[in-house]
Design a protein. Sequence first.
Length: 512
Amino acid sequence: RKVEALVDRDFAIGETDRRLFGAFVEHLGRCVYGGIYEPGHPTADARGFRGDVLALVKELAPTIMRYPGGNFVSGYNWEDGVGPVEQRPRRLDLAWMSTETNQFGTNEFMDWCRAAGIEPMMAVNLGTRGPDAARNLLEYCNHHGGTAWSDLRRAHGWEQPHDVKFWCLGNEMDGPWQMERKTAEEYGRVAAETAKLMKWLDPSIELSACGSSSRTMATFGAWEDKVLEHTFDHVDYISLHTYLNNYAQDTGAFLASPDMMDWFIEEVVAIADSVAARRRSRKRIMLSFDEWNVWYRTRRRAADRVKPGWPVAPHILEEVYTMEDALAFGGACISLLNHADRVKSACLAQLVNAIAPIMTENGGPAWRQTIFFPFADFSNLGRGRVLQARLDSPTYAATYYDPRGSDDHRFPLPETPYCKLSVVHDAAGGHLTIFALNRHLSEPMPFETVARGFKGLVLESAHQLSHDDPQAVNTREAPDRVAPVRLGGVEIAGERVGATLPPASWNVIRLR
Ligand code: AHR
């Protein structure tokens, strides 16, 4: 049966925020060292920034970059990472059981962001530290000069303020794995007090409070409610984190799982708006989905997360992504697009080597993992007004297994549409872009979209990502095994766009 979609030029979900297309650099494994930064690498510039990685980052096109963690930030002394490099201390990092050399810190990150044309997003340590360290860091980064912290930045060689606008109040403070985890009450209080200080210091900044580290946390829901009760007047965003998995080796369920990101977003919106309603407030807290990806192979076994002997920049969390991972990942991109009205910021976790779209070899080449391609499409082609779509697709039943959080969870997904879809109208650029995932593992999908109000559509480009082997991966030796190819057979008649989507495929049809 044919999949039919209907969109109308006048009916939009919302405009995508530039920050929806972000990613994440944490001091974790080889994300920084051997990833974005490797002095002595043949492509590195005078600052140690790898040129081959920068070129791939530009192609990937993330818009905002979260830093420096993640779990790492909850034990980080930001002062360790500034000032003369040779005087910076080596420290034990209890998040990833590594030695942190602090050769790369806040100022280097700001320079890297500038070189990449990306907005920085900073997180402050609300684990082992608190409001005082947070406001000092903000003063160091954003104050023009004439105070101890801002003059210290200038003395370190950065005369102009970094003017960082987006700040995260800690990371995953609900998780037992977090250094100085807090109850919702404890975190809500400290986040509110930190937010007050930070906004008094620089009223131009935007703040994000920690939501749940996954929808499966036992405290999910109650956590958001309590945290927002405390922070509502002081913050602009609440965060969400999701890592999709295929532990069960059930590809149908895995590909259905991005639909649970839709539910998660809608549930967090409902909670945030109920806090607003209790206060008779018209303020709307927006969502920052500041960690999302596929991650499971290097997650469960301690040996994939920790290497003995406190190594520097160990090979940890180096997930090698398959074709089917790219499909689930594409589904997540569609979930984010389809909530553009409330998800105003999001970060793919992470950027290089550790659960990342870009892989490198120390001293060697860099290459694109399978998930690179849906993200590049999402960011390069997904800007604009996301249109409401009425979708008529055959469905299938699946049960998704998620062993994260407090218990093993099994989520029934009884009516998963084979097609997952988002349609974006970029009025300024004159484009209409269809993102369509075919989740049928063996059958091609006849597909038609009627785009009401779009007369005289012309095909600009169409491509698809699929592979005969769902486990196909890109490696150093075969970096292009999985790569997008042209989608042929797209037919346009007036407002109708027709195509046949290959089995288990990610598709992008771009029209003018
Ligand atoms: O992205 C990897 C880790 O996942 C982050 O450090 C943490 O916030 C989450 O648990």
